[in-house]
Ligand binder design. Sequence first.
Ligand code: NIG
Ligand code: FE
Length: 415
Amino acid sequence: MKLYHNIGKLYTPRGFAAARGSAMGEIEEIENAVILVRDDGTIEYVGQPPPVPLLEKEGEVESIDCRGLIALPGFVDSHTHCVFAGERSLEFAMRAEGKPYQDIARMGGGILSSVQHVHSASIDNIVAYSKPFVERALSLGTTTMEIKSGYGLRAEEERKLLEAAKRLGEETPMEIIKTYLGAHAVPQNVPQVDYVLEVLEKQLPALHTMAEFCDVFMDEGYFSKEETIQICSRAKAFGMKIKLHADELAETGGAATAVELGAYSADHLLKISEDGIRALAESERTVATLLPITALSLRVGYAPARKLIEAGCAVAIATDCNPGSAMSENMQFALTLAVIGMQMSPMEALTAATLNGAAALGRAETHGSIERNKLADFVLYDIPRLEYLPYHIAVSDVVAVIKGGKIVEACSRGF
Ligand code: NIG
Ligand code: FE
């Protein structure tokens, strides 16, 4: 057992399911807290220092002084495309000159240029390129990260990406959850119908065991509602869980389709309709995952977080880390934008980045809050209070990152 003691203040959402609506703002605060971690990495006790007999009963306890720092749950970044093999900063500069994302994509840039990078890279190259992003995410407080394929667009290339994502989980302390996103774009010079058939008949049968989730970019110029339903129904028949890119570029009924499909999340939602909001509010399972770094980077309006929360939805935030629309692995920055750009409170943003991110990955029972029996995934910050985290813009005050009870990153100040 390990005892992390002398935590100045611990903040955590509570619960084993997503927090919805106004419950998102309910954060437990414990002054002078301790976390007692079992040898299997789960939490035995969290709260004020336990009576000595409890500790004596546990036999040998290794004691770690947290020096009055603030503890928060590790972030669960539930939407990233963090397996890629090249950057697109020249497109970023073109967007700065006013060229829209969709126009760049039509010129063969966008997703298809990342596809070129992947096609000319080996699995080793992809791992080497992506690993620093995963390591930086960890040092910025993320302890669990979803990674999507989607820059391969052929069975053998998508396999490379999923294999690389698996290796990132093995070669770093980050816990990685894999999503297959073959339906991310249609390859150049391939008719749309042929590609959908390839996903259905070739990619899904070949790759379904390599990923837990299947995602589709359902949007204008990408995949239609009918195609999305076809692909997701086949994925479900293979036992996969569903996530959707929904209503990002245009409102195409993505949110309601995600609910219909029993998806764990509907993501982006920049253009969501009132009907879409209602569908998500009524759904038991589907989390509304918002990606404010993407809205900032594409220079479009943020998703209507307040409306979603007021309607009673479960809202998560994630980075969307990818080389096109969101070149950032920094969940702290996503929190800052959630507060400044989407008018979420710091408490709501914390719930969105932890417990609700876990729910968007079907892991709210084990991840996303500092509670008895959950994994001991938490981060120590040198900040005076929770509100300081989104307030201190684009700078990290992380001192140490603890994953499954082990210190996996000691960033500064000699911890
Ligand atoms: O989530 N929307 C689709 N996919 C990514 C963008 C991918 C890219 O531009 O490479 C996103 O924003
Ligand atoms: Fe995305």
